[in-house]
Design a protein around this ligand. Structure first.
Ligand code: ADP
Length: 617
């Protein structure tokens, strides 16, 4: 469905407003008020309806009760009218005997019927004969004049209402007197009071045609005037013989109550302060000209309505709070979803970054690998070059070492020939032994040279006897040490074997010893010491080479392991010896370090130990 453009921002604004917590609080308040009002109204209405229905039923009950009570003796006067005793009395009203007979008969009937009094009065109102010696009501003559068949009148002595039934007595067609049956309504009233008490605050009253309460379950209301009587009416009522004097106060109850239709009124009740809310319902008893009014206490209905109202408010509040909860939950979920989306985005960015960094690193790594490869190649070449340099340096010593035994060999050979000619076999054998020793020594030297010139294998295999390596290295330099009269001290355990390739270890030692001899050249005292220190419980051995040479300055000490750093005159030093030595030691798993002594230098490196003891195979 197409949504008009102007509608969208308005709808968005509305949505935003609806999702605000302030709005929800306002909504909650509104729902509370609505719930309060609605629940109050509904509860009150239903309470009133219920009460009204109940009251209507009771009203019917009271009405039938009253009608039954009043109708109980309705036929009694007409029956008495045909009694011969009364007929006789009518024939001779002044006869004392007839009066006495009638009184006795009436007394008997009165007792049997349970009425209050039965009497016969003359048309003028004076009593001719009576069951009880009670004064006739003041209203009798008025009723007789009006030709009434019944009337109500207050008993001036008890204050209760009496009901009078009248029936004319005729003598030859003319009215000769009237039979009056009187009965008291106080017992009925008492039943009503009792019923009212039991039906939780229901009150009942009966008003006559003058709107004056003649019967009531509330005694204080008796003879009160319904509605408001104006002064003249009140005066007339006061003057009336019907009611005891003075008549009661006004009762604020509308005289025009609709039949069966409940109306809310406020009436003062004895024993309670202020007027009480009550539901008034009325029932007309037409033939008697009476109105029956039932009044039900609304306090409980109101209390229940209050409770229901608070319940409604709580319900409204819960709906509002539920809406608030749902809305905040939706908001939280939205925020969560947003946060997740942000996180995902950040994650993606991070991954991208990591990828690009990884790619850079890979490039750098590749470049480094290439550099390392180039470096290694250069180092290999340099190593080879340095070996050649060492070879060059050694060639002088070598020629000295080889020439000397060659000259001696030649001399010994010639000497042996002569000895053979002279038959001195034993001397020849001695010469041959000497010659063999010399050849062995020369082959040793050439073996060293061969191993020196060989390009070393990268792998470190097997073990080397450290003492042998030290000796071999010293042997290679022997011509120089001897020339300079160097005192050599070797403090190396005979059985110690270290994890190193013998040739390369010798190369390191030759380098260190060579440097030491160089440094001691111009020193008065020349001492070279090789010692071994146990480390890590014998798992490693520290090889230390100390000399009493000129040493180096503090600044030079830092530079010793720099390639091409040399203090030696051009042609003598390449500045590669220590670099290569450090590298070889590193390949053996150790580290080469230099330290200045008080007189001279100390170089040391650690190696992994194979064994400390001799192992005879
Ligand atoms: P080269 O011996 O070719 O100069 P090296 O790397 O072996 O190269 O030695 C570098 C420098 O270290 C030497 O030139 C020397 O100055 C110094 N040096 C090495 N060993 C000693 C030592 N035992 N005493 C004094 N100086 C030394």
């Amino acid at each position: 469905m197409a949504v008009p453009d102007s509608f969208r921002p308005r709808a968005l604004r509305l949505l935003r407003l609806l999702s605000r917590p302030g709005f929800h609080l306002f909504l909650t308040g509104l729902l509370m008020v609505l719930g309060f009002v609605l629940a109050h109204r509904l509860s009150e209405r239903s309470g009133r309806d219920q009460l009204s229905a109940l009251s209507t039923e009771r009203l019917e009950l009271y009405a039938s009760n009253l009608a039954a009570e009043l109708g109980r003796h309705a036929s009694l006067p007409s029956l008495l009218a045909i009694a011969p005793t009364l007929q006789a009395l009518m024939q001779a009203p002044d006869d004392a005997r007839a009066r006495r007979d009638a009184s006795q008969m009436l007394a008997r009937v009165n007792v049997r019927a349970g009425t209050h009094q039965i009497f016969v009065a003359a048309p003028g109102g004076q009593v001719l004969s009576a069951s009880e010696a009670l004064a006739p009501p003041a209203r009798l003559s008025e009723a007789l004049a009006q030709g009434r068949s019944h009337f109500f009148a207050a008993d001036p002595n008890t204050g209760s209402t009496d009901f009078y039934l009248l029936h004319p007595l005729r003598q030859t067609g003319a009215a000769a007197g009237v039979i009056v049956v009187r009965f008291n309504l106080a017992p009925l009233e008492a039943t009503w009071i009792d019923l009212g008490l039991r039906s939780q605050g229901e009150r009942i009253l009966v008003a006559d045609d003058q709107d004056v309460v003649i019967m009531s379950s509330v005694q204080a209301w008796k003879y009160a005037v319904l509605d408001h009587a104006d002064p003249s009416r009140r005066q007339a009522l006061q003057a009336s013989a019907r009611y005891p004097q003075p008549i009661g106060p006004d009762l604020d109850l509308p005289a025009s109550l609709e039949v069966h239709q409940g109306q809310q009124v406020k009436l003062p009740l004895p024993g309670s302060s202020g007027a009480k809310p009550m539901l008034a319902q009325q029932r007309q008893i037409v033939p008697l000209g009476l109105r029956l009014v039932a009044l039900s206490d609304l306090t409980e209905v109101r209390q229940r309505a209050q409770l229901a109202a608070w319940g409604g408010a709580a319900f409204g509040a819960s709906i509002g709070l539920l809406a608030l909860y749902l809305s905040s939950r939706r908001r939280a979920l939205r925020q969560l979803t947003q946060a997740q989306a942000d996180l995902r985005q950040t994650h993606a960015q991070l991954e991208q970054l990591v990828d690009s960094r990884t790619a850079e690193l890979r490039q750098t790594n590749d470049a480094l690998k290439t550099q390392i490869a180039q470096r290694l190649q250069t180092e290999g070449e340099l190593l080879q070059a340095s070996k050649l340099a060492v070879l060059g340096q050694m060639s002088a010593g070598l020629s000295h070492e080889v020439n000397q035994p060659l000259t001696a060999l030649r001399a010994l050979a010639r000497n042996s020939i002569r000895l053979l000619e002279t038959g001195r076999q034993d001397a020849v054998a001695t010469n041959l032994q000497l010659m063999d020793d010399m050849v062995e020594r020369m082959s040793q030297i050439t073996r060293q040279l061969k191993s020196f010139a060989r390009k070393a294998d990268e792998r470190v295999e097997g073990s080397a006897a450290l003492l042998d390596c030290v000796r071999n290295a010293l042997l290679l330099l022997e011509h120089r040490s001897r020339a300079l009269d160097v005192m050599t001290v070797i403090d190396v355990p005979a059985g110690l074997r270290v994890r190193a390739e013998a040739n390369r270890l010798e190369q390191v030692l030759v380098n260190l010893f060579g440097n030491a001899i160089d440094a001691m050249q111009n020193e008065p005292e020349r001492r070279l010491r090789v010692l071994v220190i146990r480390q890590e419980g014998g798992r490693r051995a520290l090889v230390r080479v100390q000399d009493s040479g000129a040493g180096v300055g503090e600044a030079d000490l830092q530079r010793l392991f720099e390639p091409f750093f040399t203090t030696k005159p051009a042609g003598e030093g390449l500045g590669l010896g220590l670099v290569i030595s450090a590298k070889i030691v590193h390949e053996f798993g150790g580290t080469l370090r230099a330290e200045r002594l008080e007189h001279g230098m100390s170089f040391e490196f650690d190696l992994s130990v194979d064994t400390w003891e001799h192992q005879d195979v």
